[in-house]
Design a protein around this ligand. Structure first.
Ligand SMILES: *Cc1c(COP(=O)(O)O)cnc(C)c1O
Length: 369
């Protein structure tokens, strides 16, 4: 089973063949063996998040990552609550959209896409408005690749005793996050990012004492984290509605492979090496990154279009695809950029091959720049 190309995208991403092979059987959704697998995944994810079983629980939600974010926000914030949303990119904006659609009272602090979420301004906003009950932000803004200062943000949020909802979609499993030590109440990620599974569900690590207060709060029947939790705990491992059984099997295999790799720290090291190699090969070919290195995550990197009349994203994309690599368009309306991800089942050999392909494009199409 060979892939037509390597995905250098932030999910779905390239998975191992053993992860894909785990999907080659039909699995019953309420059978005991299956439910045991679900329970084992729930508990392994608590380890990945460095939290204790006594204080945290894992709840799954069918659908892509956004379903998990919408479910968490819609379940956590009560009718008389108010949500402060911190935005420095498209996924922060999406949380703002979610609050609007769900009719949740909210306030937004917007920062430039090339600026970290500013802790001082968050502090001021929380001092200014004591009606705020919850704060939501994105850890790694995948739209640019910027890494927000989760430690400092959580210190301020906890000092003000607010409930924290963190979209760690593209970082969980790829960057160590000590969820309990940091005091995060809800952290959301999905099957097809750094755990390296296939798409189909999201998961939310929840502080049990907070989730226990959420009965009847959800603005949606399906996206109710509290109800899903009650069912998953009372009939251990059962999902309320049809679960993505094949995806769950693949995810279980992906978690085993994360352990075999040496856990999150080792995976993080691999991603960091790939990202450094990527920037070096791209700079060698004349491309420049959008962000300074100090703001950059190891997950995905944004590059500016070179100032050359022969360069178009379309031709670059097609050229690389033919050589076996798929990259990602930009997600910023105000900048001409594209993105390359460094997460998934990729290796340093592949990065070297990518370097050759990029150089070939520069020589063949751009005439050597
Ligand atoms: C991938 C991602 C999401 C979810 O996107 P989906 O397309 O719904 O899976 C949300 N937030 C961040 C930061 C992401 O990287």
């Amino acid at each position: 089973m060979s892939n037509p190309y390597l995905l250098l995208t932030p999910g779905p991403l390239s998975t191992t063949s053993s992860v894909k092979e785990a999907m080659l059987k039909d699995w019953c959704t309420w059978d005991d063996d299956y439910k045991q697998i679900v329970q084992s995944i729930r508990s392994k994810l608590l380890q990945v998040g460095q939290v204790s079983e006594a204080h945290y629980t894992t709840v799954f939600m069918q659908g892509s990552g956004t379903f998990g974010v919408e479910a968490a926000i819609g379940t956590a914030v009560p009718a008389d609550g108010k949500l402060l949303i911190l935005v420095n990119g498209a996924y922060g904006t999406r949380m703002q959209d979610i609050a609007k659609v769900l009719g949740i009272r909210s306030e937004t602090l917007v920062f430039a896409f090339n600026q970290k979420l500013d802790v001082e301004q968050v502090n001021e906003a929380l001092e200014r408005d004591d009606e705020i009950t919850h704060v939501a932000f994105v850890h790694c803004e995948t739209s640019t690749g910027i890494l927000n200062p989760i430690d400092k943000l959580m210190k301020v949020i906890k000092r003000h005793r607010k409930i924290a909802i963190v979209d760690a979609m593209s970082s969980f499993g790829g960057i160590p996050i000590a969820v309990e030590d940091l005091g995060i109440d809800y952290v959301i990620s999905s099957a097809n990012k750094c755990i390296q599974g296939v798409p189909g569900f999201s998961f939310i690590l929840c502080r049990i004492s907070e989730l226990a207060k959420c009965e009847g709060r959800a603005r949606s029947l399906s996206l109710d984290v509290y109800d899903q939790w009650r069912v998953m705990d009372s009939e251990p491992g059962k999902w309320r509605f049809t679960s993505p059984t094949h995806v769950v099997r693949a995810f279980h295999q992906a978690l085993i492979e994360l352990e075999q790799e040496g856990g999150v720290e080792k995976r993080h090291e691999r991603y960091v090496l790939h990202q450094l190699a990527l920037v070096s090969l791209m700079e060698k070919a004349g491309f420049a990154t959008l962000l300074p290195k100090s703001l950059q995550s190891p997950i995905i990197t944004t590059f500016k279009y070179p100032l050359h009349s022969e360069f178009t994203f379309e031709s670059f994309y097609r050229f690389l695809k033919e050589k076996g690599f798929v990259i990602y368009p930009g997600k910023l309306s105000e900048e001409h950029v594209f993105r390359i991800g460094t997460i998934g089942d990729i290796s340093m050999e592949k990065m070297i091959e990518l370097g050759k392909a990029v150089s070939a494009y520069v020589t063949d199409i751009m005439g050597g720049q």
